[in-house]
Design a protein around this ligand. Structure first.
Ligand code: AMP
Length: 216
């Protein structure tokens, strides 16, 4: 099963994608994570990408389309994949539609993670994650059970994203409203859009998504 999780930054796409990966073995493809890895791995292109990411703007469509087109051909995607952070523009959605057709693949559902932006700002300003396994936490409402120790892998190292600063976050929200939100009517028209209330508790959002995908 191939899914897209569509929602603004901080709506919980990464958390839900990780849970779906754990439950069903679908591969989580987060373009944000892929870009951050490239930033760390490649000095030359990494510097340019970091500047774009830290400004809250979007990376050019051609780079993103190539990245996804190559990645979904890996054997681990056979069982299914979850796109987290892609597509983000109508041009990317058009390119995705074409590439899936060409590769004989299909998109099963686009799941809208619906939230409100005031709550998002609170979520984002307190978020951090485990540097080893990526499990997400929040200063206010998602602390590790033992202070300073990851619940999942017991690591004591945590990281905060450089683009989660308030000013950058507002720009990322604007980029979402202007360039990504038009994908909601785009996919509604194609009859594959389903909406979940992403302000619910994490486990309730997961249950809503499970209801959509029918316990695949
Ligand atoms: P994310 O982790 O999904 O919030 O992405 C972090 C940043 O990576 C975004 O603010 C963009 O600068 C860049 N990015 C991630 N995915 C895309 C995409 N599909 N198209 C363009 N830029 C992207």
């Amino acid at each position: 099963m191939n899914l897209i999780l569509l929602g603004p930054p901080g709506s919980g796409k990464g958390t839900q994608a990780r849970e779906l990966e754990r439950r069903h073995g679908f591969v989580k493809l987060s373009t944000g994570d892929m870009l951050r890895t490239t930033v760390l791995d490649s000095k030359k292109i990494g510097k340019q990408l970091k500047e774009i990411i830290d400004s809250g703007a979007l990376v050019p469509d051609n780079i993103m389309v190539k990245m996804i087109s190559e990645r979904i051909e890996y054997p681990d995607c056979k069982k299914g994949f979850i796109l987290d952070g892609f597509p983000r523009t109508t041009a990317q959605a058009d390119a995705l539609e074409k590439m899936l057709k060409k590769k004989g693949m299909q998109l099963d559902y686009v799941i809208e993670m619906k939230v409100n932006s005031k709550i998002l700002i609170k979520r984002i300003s307190g978020r951090y994650s485990c540097a080893v396994c990526g499990t997400g936490y929040n200063d206010d409402f998602q602390k590790p059970v033992t202070k300073g120790v990851c619940d999942n892998c017991a690591s004591r190292e945590f990281v905060r994203r450089s683009d989660d600063k308030l000013g950058t976050f507002r720009l990322r929200l604007e980029a979402y409203e202007e360039q990504t939100a038009p994908l909601l009517p785009y996919y509604r028209k194609r009859n594959c859009l389903k909406t979940v209330n992403a302000l619910n508790k994490i486990e309730n959002v997961t249950a809503e998504i499970e209801a959509v995908i029918g316990g695949a």
